[in-house]
Design a protein around this ligand. Sequence first.
Ligand code: PSU
Ligand code: MN
Length: 305
Amino acid sequence: MKQYLEFSAEVQKAKEEGKAIVALESTIISHGMPYPQNVQMAREVEQIVRENGAVPATIAIIDGKIKIGLTDEELELFGKSSDVAKVSRRDLAQIVATKKLGATTVATTMICAELAGISIFVTGGIGGVHRGAETTMDISADLDELAQTNVAVICAGAKSILDLALTLEYLETKGVPVIGYGTEVLPAFYTRKSEHKLNFSTDSIDVIAETLKTKWELNLKGGAVIANPIPEEHAMDEEYINGIIADAVKQAEENNIIGKDSTPFLLGKIKELTGGKSLVANIELVKHNAKVGSQIAVSFNSKTK
Ligand code: PSU
Ligand code: MN
């Protein structure tokens, strides 16, 4: 297995020194945001992780290797290139074996982080149960990964392009803890609130780190979702964004967009229909997640060293 992993110098050094490391995904760069904002976001997020006492490890697949930590040029490559595969669990072996450029989704970033010994992962939002999944069966592989891979994901909840109620039901069935950080309800990505109550909330980074440590010491396999609401000043108006999302979902249906193209299509449409405002909110919430996630990583690292 080790032959497939390649650590950046910064991450290698952090491992040797026992420093806290935060995994970051690359699909958010290649398929989640347009160039050049995507690359700028990725750099800023890495910097925020450093400022908060941890070391960033952006994960991606290049030339038959799973890269744990990217150089600046590699970040640029993923932001710019239109020839990057969106790699979920299903695709991982093939993209590595055929030496293609691959961007890792939440599911695949979790797999690779675990291989690399990294327990904490920061992103924007997770995939989930899509609206209409009763008939399409479109359920993101992110959810099953959370059920089986020991990595905690710090995110701003999930977007209402998904069916949030069914997403929470699915996570409950699979035994995945969803912990609200400073919120009693599941945040809906662009907005701080949804109508879905969580059954575990805390304002304490220490409690989150201790809970993760305890979970894994109890051999309760699988990850956890740490739901961190978008900062108030960047949150979007709920009625406005829900209207836009409904439009985007309708257009996806009309254009028969299915499978792995669904989420990138919806994200692009929402950006277009909001005249770029959703992108600003998206970037701000990822930056906030980077701060909180790094604090969790530092606390968790000090407990498990
Ligand atoms: N949600 C976002 N931005 C993203 C994604 C989701 O707000 O970039 C990406 C993540 O990489 C996530 C993936 O893992 O989409 C989910 O895709 P799918 O629904 O096809 O599983
Ligand atoms: Mn899907």
